[in-house]
Design a protein around this ligand. Structure first.
Ligand code: SIN
Length: 286
């Protein structure tokens, strides 16, 4: 029987700080089950003082499933599944927008694990928003309208060509990635495959349009939803507070996040592992 995790909720809708576990080594069945349950309940979990190297981070992520290899972001030399987000004045961040990771593929990630490696002296917080709370915050009539609708997601919205043409090799990599990832559709409201809960599943980073609606209606409705999902009521904000070795794990099926880019010209380095998920679907609640 494993020890119980200590779980401190950070708000009513989203976020909890977890202690009583070490993420660098193998987790026993009991710890893993508690982590999964906490993720379903709180959607994003935070852990202090968890030194972890890329191989250990990959092993932790593999416990949850197969990993995604990002088509354009660089990776750690010893583990191609570990993305290195190394941002500074010469490489400004591109994730200071509200996004759900990698929704430009058929089976967007179920979860992601982010480890802080180098932090700016101040700033560089990350914010997460709950798509479940956002959906539940809509009126029943608007919920009905959205349920069953589809949205288009496009890799090139967050990864435009002009940001990936510093060298011929980088541009070729981008071209191949764009060809392999044409725009595709996901439901606007998604049913969580484990909890059955409904979540808003459009994000400003990758969602381009609602193809079943006329262009003006699609534009207006998406603009409203992008704004709605980011209401502070649905959010949690993590202050990494100069502490390398913090880790965040989030359920990418029902959340979106924003990396605050207020720290330049300081440098910030984060490592991310991204666990592949299932094909999003919407099912009417029983
Ligand atoms: C991400 O956008 O996936 C990483 C967030 C961060 O760097 O804080």
């Amino acid at each position: 029987m494993s020890n119980s995790l200590h779980i401190t909720p950070l708000g009513p809708h989203i976020g909890a700080e977890i202690s009583g576990i070490s993420l660098a080594g193998p987790l026993d069945e009991g710890q893993f089950a508690q982590l999964q349950q906490a993720l379903l309940t709180h959607q994003v979990l935070f852990f202090r003082d968890q030194p972890i190297n890329p191989r250990q981070q990959r092993a932790l992520a593999n416990r949850f499933g197969d990993l995604h290899i990002h088509p354009v972001y660089p990776h750690a030399p010893e583990a191609e599944e570990i993305i290195v987000l190394d941002t500074h004045d010469d490489n400004p961040p591109d994730n200071d927008n509200w996004h759900t990771d990698v929704t430009f593929i058929e089976t967007p990630p179920a979860l992601a694990i982010l480890a802080a490696k180098q932090l700016p002296p101040v700033g560089g917080d990350t914010l997460w928003a709950s798509g479940i709370a956002a959906f539940e915050g809509l009126s029943p009539r608007l919920q009905q309208l959205l349920a069953g609708l589809e949205a288009e997601h496009d890799f090139t919205k967050s990864f435009p060509a002009h940001r990936h043409n510093a060298s011929p090799a980088e541009y070729q990599r981008w071209q191949e990635a764009a060809a392999r990832n044409p725009p595709l559709r996901h439901p606007v409201v998604r049913t969580h495959p484990l909890s059955g809960r409904q979540a808003l599943f459009v994000n400003e980073g990758f969602t381009t349009r609602l193809p079943e609606l006329p262009a003006q209606e699609s534009e207006a409705l998406l603009a409203f939803l992008f704004r709605h999902v980011t209401k502070p009521e649905y959010q949690v904000r993590w202050r990494w507070r100069w502490r390398e070795h913090d880790i965040a794990i989030w359920d990418n099926r029902v959340t979106q996040h924003y990396a605050n880019a207020d720290y330049l010209p300081a440098r910030r380095v984060m490592h991310r592992a991204t666990v592949l998920g299932d094909k999003p679907f919407w099912r009417a609640p029983a």
